[in-house]
Design a protein. Sequence first.
Length: 69
Amino acid sequence: MARDYANIMNASLIFCSSKQFINVNSIFKIILSQHFKITCKLPEVKEVGCPILEYKNNQETKEICQKSY
């Protein structure tokens, strides 16, 4: 249901938890990449049972986001 709502609004869908530190850094990387119009290289996660991370990439060629665990 959340995915359908995000698609209708043309918005990203990101599950996060500051207590468990899930996708916290990813959210900041996505926000910065969209603000500065650069491509974010974080892999999207759509599998059931995993923390969802779905976003829309910008079309610029600069790349600064890297997955860091």
